[in-house]
Design a protein. Structure first.
Length: 69
């Protein structure tokens, strides 16, 4: 269980996530992250070769797509 605790602590301090990490945080598949990006709903940083999704961008996406109940 130590590795899960370490991973959770590491996620809490990360500023950005790969598409796989973003998918895990959003509880969706990596292809779904790709589709959301293509539709303009998620905006990754292109500062590196791979797109990176900031923690703030993922939070913005969740807030804007949350439906009123």
């Amino acid at each position: 269980m130590k590795t899960n605790e370490n991973e959770a602590a590491n996620d809490a301090t990360r500023l950005a996530f790969t598409r796989v990490g973003a998918a895990q945080l959003l509880s969706v598949s990596p292809p779904t992250v790709d589709r959301l990006t293509k539709r303009g709903l998620l905006r990754p940083s292109r500062a590196t070769r791979r797109p990176l999704y900031s923690r703030e961008e993922l939070q913005r996406f969740l807030k804007q797509t949350t439906a009123e109940i």
